[in-house]
Design a protein around this ligand. Sequence first.
Ligand code: ADP
Ligand code: MG
Length: 210
Amino acid sequence: MIDLVKLSKTFGTRTLWSDVTTTVNRGEMLALVGPSGSGKSTLLNCIGLLDKPSAGEIRHEGNDITRFGRREIRRFRRDVLGYLFQNYALIENATVAANLEVAVKPQRTLRGRTDVTIAEALDRVGLAGRGEEKIHHLSGGEQQRVALARLMVKQPALVLADEPTGALDHANATAVIDILREMSDAGCAVVLATHDDRVRDRCDAVFTVN
Ligand code: ADP
Ligand code: MG
């Protein structure tokens, strides 16, 4: 799905990481671990085309995505990528349902996938019947679950998640990781940054960023 090949990132004379070579396939979850400041978020941002590595390639279906132009970047984000940011990236002033509708444009279908409706996704994250509420009326934990429901609706081939359980209690953290695990079992590739040993233990592979 995604191959990182001899990837490095430097800022001036400082090397954040170098020679990062690893692969994540469909159906797999890769955990990025390492101390705070080691560059996990920067690595996720490079894969998500929000930042550029200093050297190396990120290969997807035969293409080095770090060389994509503006149009290819837009298409990659729209058709392939799902991102679970720490700040949820929801449209604050819109309803829950409207935030999920932006994800309902299946551009490509994963083999064997079945579409998840907005109602099903909201039900799955414990927000059944809450579709007409405005995002800014929800608690942080509820907003987090809306972001997760949006991922379930979009069913991207690649999910990038930056400390998806960082701000959650045990029960909610377990629910989030269960859903990411389900999405990966349904054929999506997941790359996540985490400090949480329980999250790391649910992944198929661990890469230490240093
Ligand atoms: P992590 O997610 O592992 O905590 P980050 O990827 O957020 O690490 O940050 C890694 C380091 O890179 C930090 O020390 C940060 O200050 C530095 N860094 C990030 N972006 C830039 C930049 N544009 N210029 C210089 N340093 C940066
Ligand atoms: Mg980080």
